[in-house]
Ligand binder design. Structure first.
Ligand code: GDP
Ligand code: MG
Length: 441
C-alpha cells in the first residue's frame, strides 16, 4: 500500500493550494486504506466526503506534496471522529458501591476485560472491587472469573448454583454494600450472535443494578460485525463506552472508526493481550495512525509545517531588528499569536518579552482582541500599514468604523505598535552579543 501511495504522491508535486484533482486522487488511496483497515463502507464513504470538502482549497505546506498534505488532513479528521467526550480512562465510580455492567458477545473478552479493569482500579486508585460472573450458561465461565480474581487479588462473589443472572446481580449489589466495596462489576453471559434472549437478560440485569457504566466489549479484529453489535447493544441496553480487545493482533482497527461514527459512543480502553496488565486507555492518534497506516507521511508533514513556522518567525525577527517593523508585520504577528496559543503563549516564548506578556495578561487581552486588532489593520491602506504615522483623525475614524471599533481602540493598537517597534530597535542595537541575535543562533 505504501508503495502505491508514494507512487501517487510522486506524481503530485506542484505547490500552492490543494486542487479538486489533488484531493480526489489522494483520497482514492485513502479510501482503499480505510477499507483495508476494515472500516465499513458507508462510514468510509461519509468520512471521505467530509474530508474532501474540508481539504479542497487548503494551502500546501512548502516541501511536502499535495498528496502528503491530504494524508495529514485525513489523519487529523480521523482523530477528530475518534475522539469522544471526556477522559476515556476515567470510569464513573464515585458513590460506592458503583456498579459496572460488562456486555458483549461470547469470546469478545468480557471476562478478561472485567478482571483487567478491576486490577487497574485496585492498583491505580486503591479501589476495593467485587467481581461477579452472571454467566449461568457455562459453569466454567464462573470458575474462570474466580481464578482471575485470585490471580490479581480481587474478590469475586461466591458461586451459588441454580441462580438466575438477575438473582446474582442482586446478591452482588447487597454484598458490595455490606462488604464496603467501592465498585462491583457484573460480567454477563454472551452469545455467539445477538439474540432476543441475550438482550432481554442484559436488560433485566441493567434494571436491577442501575449501572454507572455499561461497557460494551468488542473484538477489535471484527470489522463490519462490530458495528452491528454495537448498534444493537446501544439501542437495547444503552452503553456508556466501548472496549476494543485484541488490538495486539495485526488488525488495523477500522472497527474503532466505524463504531464511533455509527454509535457516537466513546471508545474507552483497548485490550492488548491476554495478560492482566494488557489494557490501555484509548488514544485516538495512535489508532488513527494505525487505521491509515501512513504514519511516516503524517510526521513528515508535521515536521515541514513546524519548519516553515520557524522560518517565518526568524524572517520577521530579522526585519524587526533592523527597525522595519510595520503594521503588516504586526498583523502577521497577531495572526501567529492566535495560531500559537494566544498572546501570552507567543510572547512568553520570545526573548525579553516575558514581562510584556505579563502586562498583556494583566490588561485582559485575549484572542478576541487579537482578531479585532487584525481587523483594524485590514481596514488600513497599504501605504498606511507601511507608515502608520500618516494617519489623520478622519482616516482613523473611518478605519475604526470599518472594523466595527472605536478610534480609541485604534490608538491603542498604534501605541502598541510603536512601543514594540522601539523595543525591537533597542534589542537590535545591542549589537552582536544582543539577546535577540543570541537567541536566534
Ligand atoms: P468472554 O467470552 O467475552 O468473557 O471472553 P474472554 O474474556 O473469556 O476471552 C476470550 C479469549 O480472548 C481468552 O482466551 C482471552 O485470553 C482472550 N483475550 C481477551 N482479551 C484479549 C486481548 O486484548 N488480546 C488478546 N490477544 N487476547 C485476548
Ligand atoms: Mg466470559
Amino acid at each position: 500500500l505504501s508503495e502505491r501511495l508514494s507512487g501517487v504522491f510522486d506524481r503530485l508535486t506542484k505547490q500552492g493550494a490543494l486542487s479538486d484533482e489533488d484531493v480526489k486522487t489522494a483520497l482514492r488511496e485513502v479510501r482503499v486504506a480505510l477499507l483495508e483497515a476494515d472500516v465499513s463502507l458507508p462510514v468510509a464513504r461519509d468520512f471521505i466526503k467530509k474530508v474532501q470538502d474540508q481539504a479542497t482549497g487548503q494551502a500546501v505546506t512548502k516541501s511536502v506534496t499535495p498528496g502528503q498534505q491530504v494524508v495529514k488532513i485525513v489523519h487529523d479528521a480521523l482523530i477528530d471522529v475518534l475522539t469522544g467526550e471526556g477522559d476515556p480512562g476515567k470510569l464513573k465510580i464515585d458513590n460506592p458501591p458503583a456498579p459496572i455492567l460488562m456486555v458483549g458477545l461470547q469470546g469478545s473478552g468480557k471476562t478478561t476485560t472485567t478482571a483487567k479493569l478491576a486490577k487497574r482500579m485496585k492498583d491505580r486508585e486503591g479501589k476495593r472491587v467485587l467481581m461477579a460472573s452472571l454467566d449461568t450458561n457455562r459453569p466454567a465461565a464462573m470458575e474462570q472469573l474466580a481464578i482471575l480474581g485470585n490471580q490479581i487479588g480481587v474478590d469475586t462473589l461466591p458461586i451459588v448454583k441454580g441462580e438466575t443472572p438477575v438473582q446474582i446481580a442482586k446478591r452482588a449489589k447487597t454484598q458490595a454494600s455490606l462488604g464496603g466495596y467501592d465498585v462491583y462489576m457484573l460480567d454477563t453471559a454472551g452469545r455467539l450472535h445477538i439474540d432476543a434472549e441475550l438482550i432481554q437478560q442484559a436488560a433485566e440485569v441493567r434494571d436491577v443494578a442501575n449501572p454507572r457504566e455499561t461497557l460494551l466489549v468488542v473484538d477489535g479484529l471484527t470489522g463490519q460485525d462490530a458495528v452491528n453489535v454495537a448498534t444493537e447493544f446501544d439501542d437495547k441496553i444503552g452503553v456508556t463506552g466501548v472496549v476494543l480487545t485484541r488490538m495486539d493482533g495485526d488488525g488495523r482497527g477500522g472497527a474503532a472508526l466505524s463504531m464511533r461514527a455509527v454509535t457516537g459512543k466513546p471508545i474507552r480502553f483497548v485490550g492488548l493481550g491476554e495478560k492482566m496488565d494488557a489494557i490501555e486507555t484509548f488514544e485516538p492518534d495512535r489508532i488513527a495512525g494505525r487505521i491509515l497506516g501512513m504514519g511516516d507521511i503524517v510526521s513528515l508533514v508535521e515536521k515541514a509545517q513546524e519548519t516553515i513556522e520557524a522560518e517565518q518567525a526568524e524572517k520577521m525577527m530579522k526585519r524587526m531588528m533592523k527597525g522595519q517593523f510595520n503594521m503588516n508585520d504586526l498583523k502577521m504577528q497577531l495572526e501567529q499569536m492566535i495560531q500559537m496559543g494566544g498572546m501570552q503563549g507567543m510572547m512568553g516564548m520570545m526573548p525579553g518579552m516575558k514581562k510584556m506578556a505579563k502586562q498583556v495578561e494583566d490588561a485582559g487581552f485575549d484572542d478576541k482582541i487579537l482578531k479585532q486588532q487584525i481587523a483594524l489593520v485590514q481596514s488600513m491602506t497599504k501605504k498606511e500599514r507601511a507608515n502608520p504615522q500618516i494617519l489623520q483623525a478622519s482616516r482613523k475614524k473611518r478605519i475604526a468604523a470599518g472594523a466595527g471599533m472605536q478610534v480609541s481602540d485604534l490608538n491603542k493598537l498604534l501605541k502598541m505598535h510603536r512601543q514594540m517597534g522601539d523595543m525591537m530597535k533597542k534589542m537590535g542595537k545591542m549589537g552582536k552579543g544582543g539577546m535577540l541575535k543570541q537567541a536566534m543562533k
